[in-house]
Write a protein that binds this ligand. Structure first.
Ligand code: SF4
Ligand code: SF4
Length: 255
């Protein structure tokens, strides 16, 4: 049975796709977005999040920390172990809900993802993925009920500067994905300090008929405390104001 590295499994999620969902967070991502709200999902190997203010000096580190001062992040799990968690809420998913494979980048562990989709679908669970579309695994994508994908910045140089990768391949993957007939929800995280070219992004996505929805997600500083716990510097991004989000409102669409 295939195993993969998972950082967390969140039940009863209402922010990771339609309906009530279980979200499985894969560890590892080829991008390094400066604003990433899940920085513990970027590196592939397991890590420790350190919160020294919670240390009570018990000296029992080798047995595992029970005070929350050292939190292991990244656990090897088999597809059956993950599936058993997904099925816990099967009765509550209804017509819309299901499982969302997120991260990190779920397509960075393609065999693990593929087997999880197969097993979830065999149980009648709606399967969605949250992806950067930096890779394109057509055979896996075809099995999905919904793809949620980001186009973060239009200008390629700025994209490289803030994510570590070119967006040319991501745009190409959007165009290829659009031919598969799978519903796509496209998103852009809104970072006021960056000229993201949201007008151009929206026009591009609107030209793809299977993009059923385009959302703008305001930057949230959720990742900051985790960045510090990983020994990384804090970022200097700010949460967009309500007025700024309102200015951008006409770029979003639902079909
Ligand atoms: S186990 Fe946790 S609380 Fe105890 S000394 Fe180690 S880090 Fe501190
Ligand atoms: S693609 Fe997502 S998980 Fe990967 S670094 Fe960017 S925000 Fe984080």
């Amino acid at each position: 049975m295939i195993k993969g590295i998972v950082t967390d499994i969140q039940r009863a999620s209402v922010h990771d796709g339609p309906g009530l969902r279980t979200t499985v967070f894969f560890k590892g991502c080829p991008l390094h977005c400066d604003w990433c709200h899940n920085p513990e999902c970027i590196a592939f190997p397991p890590q420790i999040l350190a919160y020294p203010e919670k240390c009570i000096g018990c000296g029992m580190c080798e047995e595992g920390c029970f005070s929350g001062a050292k939190v292991p992040c990244g656990k090897e799990m088999s597809t059956d172990e993950v599936l058993s968690q997904i099925l816990l809420d099967k009765d509550y998913y209804g017509n819309e809900g299901g499982v969302t494979f997120s991260g990190g980048e779920p397509f960075s562990q393609p065999e693990f993802l593929s087997e999880l989709i197969d097993k979830s679908k065999a149980e009648g669970v709606h399967c969605a993925v949250e992806t950067s579309l930096i890779t394109y695994h057509e055979e896996i994508l075809k099995k999905l009920d919904l793809v949620m994908a980001d186009l973060k910045i239009w200008d390629d140089d700025l994209h490289k500067k803030h994510t570590g990768v070119s967006n040319k391949i991501i745009k190409e993957h959007f165009i290829k994905l659009n031919t598969l007939g799978i519903p796509i929800i496209a998103r852009t995280p809104v970072i006021p300090e960056i000229e993201q070219g949201i007008e151009e992004i929206s026009a591009f996505l609107h030209s793809l008929e299977n993009v059923i929805q385009y959302e703008l997600l305001p930057y949230h500083p959720l990742g900051e405390s985790k960045r510090v716990a990983l020994g990384q510097p804090k970022t200097e991004f700010t949460v967009p104001s309500k007025d700024y989000m309102k200015e951008l409102e006409h770029y979003v669409f639902v079909r």
